[in-house]
Design a protein around this ligand. Sequence first.
Ligand SMILES: Cc1ncc(COP(=O)(O)O)c(C=O)c1O
Length: 389
Amino acid sequence: MNKISKKIVKIFKKKIKLNKVYLHEPDLNKSDSVYLKDCINQNAVSAAGKFIQKFENKILNLTKAKCVISTNSGTSALHISCILMNVKENDEVLVPAFTFVATANAIKYCGAIPHFIDIEENHFGVNVNKLDNYLKEISIKKGNFCFNKKTGRKIKAIMPVHVFGHFMKINELIKLAKKYNLSIIEDAAEAIGSYYKNKHAGTFGHIGVLSFNGNKTITCGAGGAILTNNKKVAQKARHLIATAKIAHPYNYIHDEVGFNYRMANLNAALGYSQIKRIKKILKKKRKLFNFYDKIFKGNIYFKLINEPKKSKSNFWLQTILINEKYSKFTKKIIEDLNDKKIYVRPGWELMNNLKHFKNCPKMDLSIAKRICKRIINIPSSSFLERYIK
Ligand SMILES: Cc1ncc(COP(=O)(O)O)c(C=O)c1O
């Protein structure tokens, strides 16, 4: 085992009373099953049922978005959001090279082209300054649209991501998007419960997306939500996720190609139960961050990622960034910790390296390249704080 791994393993074994520590497990309890049983007792397990509305109301309350539309995943919410922001075949959409694959896939689903952009070092969000300089060089404004001078294609939108629940520099990005006439599709899949100056993630862009997948801060099992302040956009979203069926008691008429992306009542019941406890869950996640902050203080090998200034992170995935000097050991540390049943994982492979995105346009990605090989996500389940010695 490598020297750094040994030190981390020793700390974990000494401080956490568990033989196996998983990366992120859902925070479930008996009260969750009460609502799930209710769905079964009511024969309401699918797209009709009281919990869908109840869950959406809770999200409205938490995020203060004007409209919330629940979906069957964060990925489907991103796909519909791209359609609603008028992303069409052969348009380009700016997207960070460092994100989960769903962000870039959603662009592809529309026949559009992801255009990969670099990130900043501290919280891994879009590097707005660098992007501004890049767009000055490669773009030209014609009428109301921004075009890529090199490819001749329209650049329609940008998809910022709040990586691991930490806010990217959203206000700077809003200014940039205005300057280049870009729609903002805010991927807040990882950021339920994260705020910048008391405003919830996903409510800054023209449209925003949350995920309630099993590995997220709160879960529906699988699920997502679209956030928007525009009632017309919300109406269209509801139509598209429900196969574009025209409302009628028994006729099946669909007025365009729609999707089967609605959230099921069963999933909403779990989400409703979970969101009722979100404050407690967030508190526990913050406590876990404080614990890591304390036990790793003064180490020379890595830094623990804290929340950005003026924001409140949900601390979805706790993250360490190995210092550049020790960068080459990252892979070995990950292997060693997994061998010792401390289940950590590396940062995502950069999107531009994936086979299906190889030929997509990209800017200089030197920061993402330098950073992504040094990221390790460490165990982050909210209930871990119960096992702290
Ligand atoms: C940044 C990001 N975008 C989108 C998604 C997709 O969400 P889902 O898994 O609910 O489809 C995820 C989920 O892992 C994510 O982390």
